[in-house]
Ligand binder design. Structure first.
Ligand SMILES: O=C(O)CCC(=O)C(=O)O
Ligand SMILES: [Fe+2]
Length: 333
């Protein structure tokens, strides 16, 4: 799961970096087999309309699969690993709970504001926490960026989002950028100002895992999990996962039919939906085509005299005075 290099990390060193800079990163923290296993779990549960089970969801220029604990044994083992607990404990103390988690993809043209993750709610804002990010794809662009040391002062500001102009003017020399191969792990203090660097290319995709842990035991996001993956959980793991504890927070983001583009739908679902929605129109068009073909044939078969009579009767009376008198008389009979 984790590499020897990550397991051998001194948790105090990580905690010191978090206290000083607000962020710590290590490349090659997760082994390639574990990355591949999680990618395969995501592929299996990725999507499906009206599926009687868990799936992911699109949110405009992002995709989220928040139920990784329900679909991936590898992910479950990763985020309940003793090394993760050790680092968390050194950073925020012995009382902590998993707050939110996800596999997510960020596409080109997505714009993420510089922000902090300690939410706007004052109560939430006084809660120390850390977030872990693991890259599932190589990240050469669109990487995580963090303002070094901003965790130490951002809490004094009432707001959560920071403009590009503010960051460019005041904090340009403090921006840390974390490019890295798949398997890179970044951990940061939730109070620090950060973002995913925007990528102005339409076809771009960055794949990552995210999980947030904080000191607030009493509240969390509701989790779905597969108990099979927990093997033999101890007290600490059960409390970390929120067993028996209230989970009043809304899962993020709120998605629905309006947050997915037609092109993002699985091709079979999309083809089926299109066929269903246009069935009546297609039937009506087909009937009209048949009726038109019959009418054309009738007209072709009709003798010229009958045709002229019909046209007159049908109100093409304006033509009548133009016809030769002889013909007019004959038609009138
Ligand atoms: O994906 C990233 O680089 C940052 C993600 C983030 O800040 C968030 O989801 O709150
Ligand atoms: Fe964030």
């Amino acid at each position: 799961m984790f590499t020897q290099e990550f397991l051998a990390l001194d948790a105090d060193r990580v905690a010191r970096a978090l206290a000083r800079d607000g962020v710590f990163a290590i490349e090659d923290a997760v082994i390639p087999d574990a990355i591949a296993a999680m990618a395969a779990d995501v592929a299996e549960y990725r999507d499906g309309f009206n599926r009687n089970g868990v799936t992911g969801a699109y949110y405009f220029q992002q995709y989220y699969l928040c139920h990784m604990l329900a679909v991936s044994r590898t992910f479950t083992r990763l985020i309940t690993h003793p090394k993760i607990f050790e680092i968390t404990e050194r950073a925020i103390g012995p009382e902590y709970r998993l707050k939110a988690l996800r596999y997510y993809e960020t596409f080109g043209l997505h714009r993420m504001q510089w922000h902090t993750d300690n939410k706007t709610d004052r109560e939430f804002a006084t809660i120390p926490g850390v977030i872990f990010i693991v890259y599932i794809s190589d990240v050469e662009d669109g990487e995580f960026q963090y303002i070094r040391g901003s965790h130490a002062w951002s809490g004094e500001k009432a707001y959560n989002d920071y403009s590009d102009a503010f960051v460019e003017d005041k904090l340009q020399d403090k921006i840390l950028s974390f490019k890295g191969r798949a398997g890179t792990l970044v951990v940061y203090d939730t109070y620090g100002i950060h973002r995913a660097k925007p990528v102005p290319k339409a076809g771009f995709v960055r794949k990552s895992l995210f999980w947030q842990i904080d000191r607030e035991i009493a509240k969390g996001e509701p989790l779905l999990l597969n108990p099979e993956f927990l093997e033999s959980p101890d007290e600490r793991t059960l409390r970390y996962l929120g067993f028996g504890l209230p989970s009043p927070y809304q899962r993020f983001p709120e998605t629905g039919i309006r947050t997915i583009a037609v092109e993002q739908m699985p091709s079979q679902d999309r083809a089926y939906l299109e066929a269903e929605l246009t069935k009546e129109v297609k039937l009506a068009l087909a009937q009209k085509e048949t009726a038109l073909a019959e009418a054309r044939q009738l007209i072709r078969d009709m003798p010229a005299r009958d045709m002229a009579k019909m046209l007159l009767r049908r109100g093409v009376v304006a033509l009548a005075p133009l016809l030769p008198a002889g013909l007019r008389q004959r038609l009138d009979k």
